[in-house]
Design a protein around this ligand. Structure first.
Ligand code: F6P
Ligand code: MG
Length: 451
């Protein structure tokens, strides 16, 4: 597709709403304004709550936030230039520098704007501007405008969560007696559950309910044909070859990092998988990476992470609450830890991480395996560019190689690399929306050491 930054040698342009009718165009024209309208409605509906908590100041803040967000929606819909941020937060400068970078790539002829510039950049920018509107209105600065949807998605998937916790309990009961093959089977199942958990995000549905009602374990076989790249055996062998004796005398891989995506059902599938990795002795420690402010409607913040574990503990389903208590214990003992870094809520492609967030890059280098959940992480891994489908994943990563890594992603944006020759064309003829419907998925792995 086309875009502004055609100057980067050998690298295809970023996807952009500039291409009328493209998925990026439809997102910027339809989905983003719908999300903004819902945010405005949510704030308005909570007016009385703000009044009860903060009196007149709460009402003033509600009005001013809505006015800033309406202005933002108007800027977007009329393709106004992207404005510098003014809220003076630690990341403000970096966002403004990134705007300058976009302008340089685009040249001076026209301003960086919603429909003319890189889709990844403007979509991320919208969430940062929502954050700015709240932050400029102190009594309600901490209000999470997406909280209602995230908690609803958790409650609506209770049956599926109970089924998964019951399955996990069964696996753990017999874990010591399992053969390596049996262990691999459970590993594979729970990896797939975490993969398909990514169907349930609220950004693609513009905030419309999108939860998992039935046990995902029952559908894994029927979903298998929709996995376009399946590198799960490489993920497994990476973990196995990382096994070494630790201080406790147990032989495990040292650390697996999970770069989280959505709260609600998907987060539970990630916690279940992480629990399995630790309780089976495949990994000693798990780092979860989440967002430091509400992002892409349903992404996990520290608050969502803690809340989900508390809710899981508080149910009266025996195995579900047992899982919740176990997760709380992992956190207390430091076996699990939650990390957020401002880079995850910035618009950069991940190939920029080593230069622009060297501390985060160094942290990831300490992992034996990094799992990147979801579509947005895939867009950032590949730079959200118009790659040919047959380009190698490694090429699209453009030097991003902190550790062996794997993307677990259902396809919701039109970027996909690492396919067989002709595979993309065949899919397009059979199902034109294959890249954006969330029906297809990839388990795509890369390890620079195995080259
Ligand atoms: O375009 C679909 C979209 O809204 C993208 O902006 C984003 O990549 C994706 O949905 C979010 O999906 P996920 O939660 O899997 O990252
Ligand atoms: Mg998401």
């Amino acid at each position: 597709m086309m875009a502004a930054d055609q100057t980067l040698a050998g690298v295809p342009p970023s996807l952009s709403a500039k291409v009328v009718g493209s998925f990026a165009y439809l997102t910027v024209r339809d989905r983003l304004p719908t999300i903004l309208t819902k945010v405005i409605d949510t704030i308005h509906r909570n007016k009385n709550k703000f009044f009860e908590e903060y009196g007149e100041d709460g009402i003033q803040a509600e009005k001013q936030t809505i006015s800033l967000l309406s202005k933002l929606r108007n800027e977007l819909q009329t393709d106004k230039p992207v404005l510098a941020l003014t809220d003076g937060l630690p990341d403000t400068e970096s966002w403004n520098q990134y705007l300058n970078r976009q302008q340089r790539l685009q040249g001076d002829q026209e301003s960086v704007s919603w429909f003319k510039s890189a889709w990844l950049y403007v979509e991320c920018y919208m969430y940062r501007r929502i954050q700015e509107a709240l932050l400029l209105n102190p009594p309600i600065s901490d209000y999470d405008v997406f909280n209602e949807g995230k908690t609803q998605s958790f409650f609506e998937s209770q049956q599926a969560v109970m089924a998964l916790c019951t399955y996990l309990e069964g696996v753990k009961k017999n874990i010591d007696g399992l053969s390596r093959n049996q262990l691999f089977e459970h590993f594979n199942k729970l990896l797939l559950v975490s993969l398909w958990g990514n169907k349930c995000d609220l950004s693609i549905s513009a905030g419309q309910e999108n939860s998992q009602k039935t046990s995902p374990l029952d559908s894994l076989n029927s979903l298998q044909p929709f996995i376009l790249v399946d590198d799960s055996s490489m993920v497994w062998s990476t973990l196995i070859s990382a096994q070494k004796p630790g201080e406790s005398g147990k032989t495990t891989a040292d650390r697996v990092d999970i770069v989280l995506d959505n709260a609600g059902f998907e987060l539970v599938t990630d916690l279940i998988f992480a629990d399995f990795l630790v309780s089976s002795g495949l990994a000693r420690q798990i780092y979860f990476h989440g967002k430091s402010f509400p992002w892409f409607v349903s992404d996990v913040t520290a608050n969502d992470f803690q809340w989900t574990i508390r809710q899981t503990m508080a149910t009266n389903h025996k195995w579900m609450s047992k899982s919740g208590f176990q997760w709380q214990t992992y956190l207390k003992e430091g076996v699990w830890s939650y990390h957020d870094h401002p880079f995850w809520t910035q618009p950069h492609e991940f190939c920029d991480m080593a230069a622009d967030a060297p501390d985060l890059y160094a942290t990831l280098q300490g992992a034996d395996l990094v799992l990147f959940k979801g579509d947005l992480n895939y867009r950032k891994l590949t730079g959200d560019r118009d790659w040919d489908h047959t380009v190698a994943f490694n090429t699209a990563l453009r030097g991003f190689r902190p550790a062996p890594l794997c993307s677990l992603r259902t396809l919701k944006a039109n970027v996909q690399v690492g396919l067989q020759s002709g595979q993309g064309e065949k899919l397009t003829s059979q199902d034109p929306s294959w890249m954006t419907s969330g029906k297809y998925a990839v388990i795509q792995f890369y390890n620079s050491k195995s080259e």
